[in-house]
Write a protein that binds this ligand. Structure first.
Ligand code: NDP
Length: 289
């Protein structure tokens, strides 16, 4: 590795499609920070060895993506509260013998929803479709916004229920886990539908949409897909628009905001996300309607 610049990167498998080098490159230029940021495509069996080597050679920080977020939480010597609650780490910072693990996904989503999109979520009804790693990372930050209720719905009810049980007692907000099928039968569908529907499944990656009934989309609902696709709508955004949803949004904002949070942790400087998001949303992917 070139020793002249502070070294950062994103580690995943596969990771070639990642926008993180582009985003952090823009942040570095914008803030005048001298750093290098590279892709690290590393399979699970080499994850620990690769991270140890990177840190031993002076590497300063790594973003962590699929499938390493849980392994990254296990290797950190210190976890932030939000990383501990999420049980997953997307940001590692190396400082001598100390390895700090943080999770900026939830903060990134909340900043996109509340600051960029201007949503008010207090006393609103939120649906999270999917109960995987990304869903786990955003539950606590969403509960902190004091919504009326949060429903987590997954293909397998037990997964959604287990996730809800992990966060429910502390929150004071009505938090339930159910099967996606329970939305279709109406058992878990509030009157008038949800105000915010978040697709935290990976269904978009295989061209699919989680099985959500049309009645789940409230009259003034926002449909938010954590997934994003260059120069096209994701299947979930297309699905929502076809059902009359006036605000259907891809996850570009979450991506840029979680990266900005990582950048701030590493460099102590908060970049301006607006120009980066504008470039990605208009050049990289379709905009919100
Ligand atoms: P995981 O693999 O941990 O979880 C994926 C979840 O999707 C599982 O609950 C799985 O259900 C569910 N799923 C997959 N296909 C379907 C389907 N057809 N119908 C219903 N459920 C389905 O992935 P992550 O949680 O890490 O990521 C989820 C999505 O969020 C991905 O698209 C990812 O790219 C995106 N993401 C975006 C970020 C951003 O910054 N914008 C940040 C992090 C993630 P089951 O358990 O039944 O298999």
């Amino acid at each position: 590795m070139s020793e002249a610049l502070d070294q950062y990167g994103v580690i995943g498998h596969p990771v070639a499609h990642s926008w993180s080098p582009f985003i952090h490159g823009m942040f570095a230029r914008q803030t005048g920070q001298a750093l290098a940021y590279h892709l690290h495509d590393v399979p699970p069996e080499r994850f620990l060895e690769h991270v140890a080597d990177f840190a031993a050679r002076g590497g300063r920080g790594l973003n962590v993506t699929i499938p390493h977020k849980i392994a990254a939480a296990a290797l950190a010597t210190e976890l932030t509260g939000r990383a501990r609650r999420a049980g997953a780490v997307n940001t590692l910072m190396f400082d001598g013998a100390r390895t700090l693990g943080d999770n900026t996904d939830g903060a990134g989503l909340v900043r996109d929803l509340c600051s960029n999109l201007g949503l008010t979520l207090a006393q609103r009804r939120i649906l999270i479709a999917g109960a995987g790693g990304a869903a786990r990372g955003v539950v606590a930050p969403l509960l902190a916004l004091d919504p009326l209720e949060v429903t987590i719905a997954a293909r397998v009810a037990a997964r959604a229920q287990a996730l809800a049980a992990d966060f429910g007692e502390a929150s004071g907000v009505v938090l339930r886990g159910c099967a996606l099928e329970d939305l279709r039968t109406g058992r878990a569908l509030p009157d008038g539908g949800f105000d915010l529907l978040i697709n935290a499944t990976s269904a978009s990656l295989s061209g699919e949409v989680p099985s959500i009934p049309d009645a789940a989309i409230g009259a003034t609902a926002t449909c938010y897909d954590m997934a994003y696709a260059p120069r096209t709508d994701t299947p979930f955004v297309r699905w929502a628009r076809e059902r009359g949803c006036e605000r259907a949004v891809q996850g570009w904002g979450m991506l840029v905001e979680q990266a900005a949070e990582s950048f701030h942790i590493w460099r102590g400087v908060r970049p301006d996300t607006a120009p980066v998001l504008a470039l990605l949303a208009h050049g990289g992917g379709a905009t919100a309607s």
